[in-house]
Design a protein around this ligand. Structure first.
Ligand SMILES: [Zn+2]
Ligand SMILES: [Zn+2]
Length: 348
C-alpha cells in the first residue's frame, strides 16, 4: 500500500510502498477514506516540532492524525459492534496502556501517544488502530468532514469547554483563525459565548471569523487594542482567551486583556518561554494559564452528533481535497497558505 512517511533521522518526507499492516488483538484495520493535513504535520516536516519518540522505536513514521474510513478487517478480542464496512472516525491518539488510568481503568489516558507522531497514522491506504479509538460516523456526515473532527474541531472544543470551562455569556478572545481557530469560533458560538472576539493579522482570516460567527475581529497590531477590547466587553476584558497560534505576542496580548478571574488557554505549540509581563496583576486578578492538548475520548462522539444533527456546520471547512500521492504538495500549500486553506484533506 501507499503511505506518506517522514524519516525522523534524515528529515525526508515522501510516498513509500509498504506492507498493509495486520490488525493485532484489540485492533481493527481501517481503509482510509479521508485524512486531514494539520499545521503540526507541517511543523514536523520542517523540523520546528521535534524531539518526540515513537512507541516501538521506528525511525520512519506514517503521518496523519485526522482520519476517517471504513473498517476492513477486525483483529482478535474486538467487540462484535465493530464489523467490516462500518464507517468510522479515528481519535488522534490511542491509550498508552501503562499510565495509572489505563492500568486501573480509572479514566481517560494521562499520556496518550499521538497517531501519526508516536506510531503510524492515516496518510496511507490503510491504518491499524485500537478498537477503543474508533467512533461511529453516521451516513449523513461525509468522510471529508468526519476526518477533520479529531484535532481541527475536537482540540478547540476541548480547549474552550474543558480547559476553558466556558459558560454561556462569557467574553471569549481567540488568537489565530486558521484550521483550528475557525472551528473555535463556531464552537464558542454554539456554546453561547458573548461577545466572541477574533484576532488575526490576515484580513481574509478576520473575514472568515466574522462569517463563522465572531462578533468582532481585530488585527493584533491595531493601535489601542486593549481599549477596543475593553469597550466591547463592558470594560471588563476577556473571561477566556485562547492562543491557537503558539506565538509569544499572542500570549502576552491575551494576558493583558484578561478580565478578573480570566483564563488563558494555550493550544498552539511553541518552544518559546512563556512570560508573565504583569506578574503582580496576574496574582491580584487571580488569572490562570492552562495548557491544552488534544481532546477527551467522549468529545468525538459529542462532535460527530453535533455535525450529524446539523448543529455544527463543517461544510465550508474542507477547502481542498487532494489525492494521497500529492501529500507533499498538500503540505506545501498549507505551509505557504496557498488558497488560504482551512483544511486540506488527502484521499487515497
Ligand atoms: Zn493536528
Ligand atoms: Zn494511559
Amino acid at each position: 500500500m501507499r503511505a506518506a512517511r517522514f524519516d525522523l533521522e534524515s528529515g525526508k518526507f515522501g510516498l513509500h510502498e509498504i506492507e498493509v499492516p495486520a490488525p493485532g488483538p484489540g485492533q481493527v484495520l481501517v481503509k482510509v477514506a479521508a485524512a486531514g493535513v494539520c499545521l503540526s504535520d507541517v511543523h514536523i516536516i520542517d523540523g520546528s516540532l521535534s524531539g518526540f519518540r515513537t512507541l516501538n522505536g521506528q525511525t520512519v513514521i506514517t503521518l496523519g492524525h485526522e482520519v476517517s474510513g471504513t473498517i476492513a478487517e477486525v483483529g482478535a478480542d474486538v467487540p462484535d459492534i465493530w464489523q467490516p464496512g462500518a464507517r468510522v472516525v479515528l481519535a488522534a491518539g490511542d491509550r498508552c496502556g501503562t499510565c495509572p488510568n489505563c492500568l486501573f481503568h480509572t479514566g481517560f489516558c494521562l499520556l496518550p501517544p499521538a497517531r501519526g507522531v508516536s506510531y503510524d497514522g492515516g496518510w496511507a491506504d490503510y491504518v491499524v488502530t485500537s478498537h477503543r479509538s474508533v467512533v461511529p460516523l453516521p451516513e449523513n456526515v461525509p468522510f471529508e468532514q468526519g476526518s477533520i473532527i479529531p484535532d481541527a474541531v475536537s482540540t478547540p472544543y476541548a480547549a474552550l469547554l474543558h480547559k476553558g470551562e466556558l459558560k454561556v455569556g462569557q467574553a471569549v478572545g481567540l488568537w489565530g483563525i486558521g484550521g483550528l481557530g475557525v472551528h473555535a469560533v463556531r464552537i464558542a458560538r454554539l456554546a453561547g459565548a458573548a461577545p466572541i472576539i477574533a484576532f488575526d493579522p490576515l484580513p481574509v482570516a478576520r473575514e472568515r471569523a466574522l462569517a463563522a460567527g465572531a462578533d468582532h475581529a481585530f488585527d493584533p497590531a491595531e493601535p489601542d487594542l486593549t481599549a477596543k477590547v475593553r469597550a466591547v466587553t463592558g470594560g471588563m476584558g476577556l473571561d477566556l482567551a485562547v492562543d491557537l497560534v503558539g506565538h509569544p505576542a499572542a500570549r502576552a496580548a491575551a494576558d493583558d486583556l484578561l478580565a478578573p478571574h480570566g483564563k488563558l488557554v494555550l493550544v498552539g505549540m511553541t518552544y518559546a518561554p512563556l512570560h508573565l509581563e504583569q506578574a503582580a496583576r496576574f496574582n491580584a486578578a487571580q488569572h490562570q494559564v492552562r495548557g491544552a492538548w488534544g481532546s477527551e475520548p467522549q468529545d468525538l462522539h459529542t462532535l460527530v452528533r453535533l455535525v450529524s444533527t446539523g448543529r455544527l456546520d463543517l461544510s465550508g471547512s474542507v477547502t481542498e481535497v487532494l489525492p494521497l500521492d500529492e501529500a507533499p504538495e498538500a503540505v506545501h500549500r498549507l505551509a505557504n497558505k496557498i488558497g488560504n486553506p482551512i483544511r486540506i484533506v488527502l484521499k487515497p
